[in-house]
Design a binder for this molecule. Sequence first.
Ligand code: G1P
Length: 291
Amino acid sequence: MRIRKAVFPVAGLGTRFLPATKASAKEMLPIVDKPLIQYAVMEAVSAGAEELVFITSNNKNSILDHFDRSYELEKTLEEKGKTETLKVVREVLPKGVSCIYIRQPEALGLGHAVACAEVAVGDEDFSVILADDLIDGRLRPCLAQMQRIYAEYGTSVIAVQRVPQEETHKYGIVEVEPIGPRLGEIRRIVEKPKPEDAPSNLAVVGRYILTPRIFKLIEATERGAGGEIQLTDAIARMLEEQTVLAYEFEGTRYDCGSKLGYLQANVEFALKHSECGEDFREWLADRAKEL
Ligand code: G1P
């Protein structure tokens, strides 16, 4: 069983990165030389996705352009004999993968954004990836790890990680009954609880494999935390009908929706970069001594 469709909610405003995000998409902010959304797409494709569904809003045209062919650029690179660069440009969207773009008419939250994907997803299990959460998977990408769990259990799987108790108010928080290594059945899920109300410190990060039942449940979900239609609240209803698993992925997650996480991701990915990694490491070590 393979998840063929991946949904990318990319309609958010990115206010934390203003003015950089005033006229362009926050998902296009680069980590070294690739935009965040490209890492998210690479992860989905590596887990077997072949149809990418982007839930967009205005100011997001750069995402459409990024995954489209650029004949002028390709022609110029070809004429100049820049074959390596041409390859990089052509491989932004891997072969055999197609994109669908759907507008979210109003900024009503993550649950609402996911519901907008129903026309493209239909009656299939699907994944949701939040590009803000950049995950450097250990051994294999996070979604590919989740895909293995899904293949075994055939039910919804949500990626989680432990966070400091004082940060529970930033996340969906789950209470689980352990059923295996790194794996538990979710008993309860709450959106952004205060530390004193949180059922645990296991936080949802931006990777979900969901059954299409979620669409009907979102429809029946009222506005919740922050006045938005929360995906977390629809998942809470799902628990009454279906098994939903929480999986503690192996790897490092960077919260690229925050300045600190974004900078950390850039440093870590720069250190590993094939072209500039070594020089950057040297420079960084010298700089660290000065500090
Ligand atoms: C969203 C979800 C939240 C989840 C988080 C992960 O919140 O609503 O449950 O823990 O993503 O990044 P947001 O960060 O969009 O406020």
